[in-house]
Design a protein around this ligand. Structure first.
Ligand code: PRP
Ligand code: URA
Length: 209
């Protein structure tokens, strides 16, 4: 069974609190999401393999360490997942970026696919799938299925806030995918929004409401 990693570092929790506040505007919301994404990226990449790398410092030669050849891809679920890409790219500048476009139908709450563009060698890469909100889990599950259809075997899901229902759905449907979140909230409301949550992440990032 896949693991759920709740990254409860005090700096992440502090920044998340400001993001949750309804008076926080888009500029601050975006900046905080970027900062948290970089910090969460440390945990998501914690077990990435290192290899020996001989170098010379100004003092003497040494065998240093560097990240070994394993290749990464960051794949945001549009739109809100885009808000997590820049922070991750500042940690992993060589990562490739793919995009999966999904939106939740307002009445059925079911995801609808409208875009998919991935690196050609996506099946050889460790994929970090990003979306700030894991609500019913429908969008994440469909995005993971799309990645698997294209041959991806190594997928990690990185979200900011999750509902217990979404965590359960991903763990049941995709038991091989580890989930990284900053918080698991109480529940979903009747509109399938996370409670207490932070509202509509896409609208808050892009100022569309
Ligand atoms: C939000 C969010 C997730 C999805 C989560 O996107 O960013 O993708 O809902 O809900 P689920 O777990 O119930 O599927 P939304 O559909 O609002 O699209 P947007 O990012 O374009 O605003
Ligand atoms: N999508 C969001 O942006 N927020 C929620 O609480 C649920 C789905």
């Amino acid at each position: 069974m896949a693991q759920l990693h709740v990254i409860d570092h005090p700096m992440i929790q502090h920044k998340l609190t400001i993001m949750r506040m309804k008076e926080t505007g888009s500029k601050d919301f975006r900046e905080l999401l970027k900062e948290i994404s970089l910090l969460m990226g440390y945990e998501v990449t914690r077990d990435i393999a290192l290899e020996d790398f001989p170098i010379e410092t100004p003092i003497c030669p040494m065998t240093a360490k560097r990240v070994s050849g394993r290749k990464l891809a960051i794949v945001p679920i549009l739109r809100a997942g885009i808000g997590m890409v820049e922070g991750l790219l500042s940690l992993i500048p060589v990562a490739r970026v793919g995009h999966i476009g999904l939106y939740r139908d307002e009445e059925t709450h079911k995801p609808v696919v409208y875009f998919c563009k991935l690196p050609a060698d996506i099946q050889t890469r460790l994929v970090i799938l990003t979306d700030p909100m894991l609500a019913t889990g429908g969008s994440a599950c469909d995005a993971i299925a799309m990645l698997k259809e294209r041959g991806c075997k190594n997928i990690r899901l990185m979200c900011l806030v999750a509902a217990p229902e979404g965590v359960e759905k991903v763990r049941t449907s995709h038991p091989d995918v580890d989930i990284y979140v900053a918080a698991v909230d109480e529940k979903l409301n009747e509109n399938a929004y996370i409670v207490p949550g932070l509202g509509d992440a896409g609208d808050r990032i892009f100022g569309t409401k």
